[in-house]
Design a protein around this ligand. Structure first.
Ligand code: AMP
Ligand code: MG
Length: 424
């Protein structure tokens, strides 16, 4: 076999050749989303294991929060009406309330005195302010202080956080620690969550081996399988990993048919481009499926393909690892979120200042791994891109803090320009 020696070429944009009639990325995302119907099934889970699941119903407050007037400080509860004239004041300490003590003798307490009180304890009805312990002098069972507190000082009034009937967590929320906190405070022990989205994945490519195996000539490690599984590793997703499948039409067709039977969505990597070994789009149609998105104005990832096989959604990610990674974030994740019944999430990006220059083809929206290198005097992040970044180079992606987004039509970026930055 002849061995050709190639000199490394700088990764450059292959410009617009072949970039006619590309589907705008927003359209591709919208078409993918339009295929996804929120799944109907749900299950009951203990609050303890609810993090990362999509809540199936609105949850309204059963209790006011806080559920009683309580002290915000360690100190002394007083009745301001009993403090006449100017200070200093001297009050007898006639009782004691700590967190968890029942307020049994509220009415019997003499309102002219005060009670020792601790944070979180019920403030009995006869008292309307709490003085911090640092502000009093204690002397023979009495406290002495200079200023009369305002009514309500250092008291957390019952119901200030929420009232019975208030919406606490809305249906379709992906439950995070902050939602779990308020649900627990409401005494919710079990709740309904949407069933997990079943996502089958496999990598296509005869060149692929798994980490841990030996590599022969022409073989590479399958990085997409691990990266995609890590991207999908969420409590609301059940991953069905069908491994690596060689570029053999019949084997791939069998695998895709089986995957579409068992999953809500199938995500594959590789084999969606225009080469002889790129079988996936043809297999989708040969299985009676439909192709809805092909050739998208995105870089990296132009060949990304979205289709349906029966009720199952098919996402064919390109094989190049950075393209697969970016397209899963932009196209795959929103589809899965919608299948799981989640509300659409607001896009998380912010303007940053470019510390790089770049001339580019204007036909595709580009996602460039970038890292934050500092802040300018106005407080904006300054971002830098990597010299050798491309759709197959993993080190820039691994070293990045996010992506700079360069929209269609933007021909160049100059040092100091404002660019959109999406953090990881
Ligand atoms: P394809 O989209 O199948 O033509 O693959 C494009 C490039 O990505 C080729 O260089 C493949 O070797 C590489 N590639 C495909 N799948 C993977 C994978 N799972 N892990 C790493 N590289 C891959
Ligand atoms: Mg391939």
């Amino acid at each position: 076999m002849t061995v050709h020696k190639f000199k490394a070429q700088p990764q450059e944009d292959k410009d617009c050749c072949g970039d006619h009639n590309l589907l705008p990325l927003d359209t591709a995302i919208a078409k993918g989303l339009a295929l996804a119907e929120p799944l109907v099934g749900f299950e009951t889970v203990n609050l303890y294991s609810a993090r990362g699941r999509t809540i199936a119903d609105n949850i309204h407050a059963r209790l006011p929060l806080p559920n009683f007037n309580n002290s915000a400080m360690d100190g002394y509860a007083v009745n301001t009406a009993s403090l006449t004239g100017t200070g200093p004041y001297r009050l007898e300490v006639t009782g004691r309330m700590a967190a968890g003590d029942h307020d049994t003798d509220s009415k019997g307490l003499p309102s002219a005195g005060c009670i020792r009180i601790f944070t979180g304890a019920v403030v009995p009805a006869d008292y309307d302010a709490v003085i911090m312990q640092e502000k009093v002098r204690v002397e023979g069972g009495h406290i002495i202080f200079d200023k009369c507190p305002d009514v309500g000082n250092n008291i957390r009034p019952g119901g200030e956080d929420c009232q019975p009937g208030d919406l606490v967590v809305a249906k379709g929320t992906l439950l995070e620690a902050r939602h779990i906190a308020v649900l627990a405070a409401q005494g919710v022990s079990e709740l309904s969550v949407k069933r997990k989205v079943r996502v089958a994945i496999f990598s296509t490519g005869s060149e692929l081996r798994l980490p841990g195996e030996d590599l022969k000539s022409g073989q590479i490690y399958n990085s997409n399988r691990y990266a995609l599984a890590a991207q999908l590793d969420h409590p609301f997703i059940e991953i069905i990993d069908l491994g690596t499948i060689r570029d053999d039409y019949r084997v791939l067709k069998g695998a895709l048919a089986a995957a579409a039977e068992m999953a809500d969505m199938v995500i594959t990597t590789g084999g969606v481009s225009v080469g002889d070994e790129d079988h996936m789009p043809g297999i989708v149609t040969d299985l009676g499926g439909m192709l809805h998105v092909m050739k998208v104005a995105i870089k990296p990832g132009k060949p990304v393909t979205v289709g349906t096989i029966g009720k199952c959604i098919f996402l064919g990610l390109p094989g190049n690892p950075v393209a697969a990674f970016v397209n899963q974030i932009l196209i795959g994740r929103p589809i899965i979120d919608k299948l799981s019944g989640q509300k659409a999430r607001p896009p998380a990006s912010y303007p940053a200042i470019a510390q790089f220059e770049r001339r580019r083809a204007i036909t595709r929206q580009e996602y460039v791994p970038a890292r934050i290198v500092g802040k300018n005097p106005q407080g904006s992040s300054i971002v830098e891109v990597f010299a050798k970044a491309g759709s197959a180079t993993l080190l820039p992606l691994a070293s990045s803090d996010g992506f700079v987004v360069l929209p269609v039509g933007l021909a160049q970026v100059m040092d100091g320009d404002r660019v959109e930055f999406i953090p990881h």
